[in-house]
Design a protein around this ligand. Structure first.
Ligand code: HEM
Length: 131
């Protein structure tokens, strides 16, 4: 039976906190930079991905119920406004979902079921953004 502490833990805590999320995000952008399958997705981003490596990690930490630094640093910003003016078609949305799925499979939490659930949620979110 799950302990009370475990049942009250946030996804952020269950995933292993910042270290796990940072690992996933590093892998995600490494894949985006290295794999030509993501060339179109890469081209939408700024030449230097360093700011995004920090930003996406902080966003995902908050999204998983962890510290809300990203929202504190970006008052009033949301997923919609963060992507305003970015042409996201189905192909690049699929590339985002695919790269994130691979990053989680490669560097995700020890709990593979939790990792698969996280990948599924993010993949759905990304695909819903493709037009
Ligand atoms: C559907 C495909 C997606 C594409 C093509 C895409 C593309 C982009 C691009 C080009 C930027 C600006 C980056 C830069 O200036 O270098 C951006 C910002 C951002 N993206 Fe995405 N994105 C996608 C999905 C997502 C998803 C699913 C999430 C979160 C779960 C996400 C989180 C963010 C965040 C947090 C920022 C802004 C960071 C900031 O300004 O602090 N994106 N995205």
């Amino acid at each position: 039976m799950a302990s009370q502490a475990q049942s009250q833990a946030t996804p952020f805590e269950l995933l292993g906190g910042h270290p796990t999320i940072e690992r996933i995000v590093e892998r995600f952008y490494d894949l985006m930079e290295e794999d030509p399958a993501y060339a179109e997705l890469r081209a939408l981003h700024a030449p230097d991905l360093t700011p995004m490596r920090r930003s996406l990690a902080l966003f995902l930490a908050a999204w998983c119920g962890g510290p809300r630094d990203w929202f504190d640093e970006n008052p009033g910003k949301c997923m919609m406004s963060a992507h305003k003016g970015i042409a996201i078609n189905r192909q690049v949305a699929e590339q985002w979902a695919d790269a994130m799925g691979r990053a989680i499979a490669d560097c995700g939490p020890d709990d593979q079921k939790l990792g698969a659930e996280m990948a599924e949620m993010l993949s759905r979110m990304a695909r819903s953004m493709g037009r």
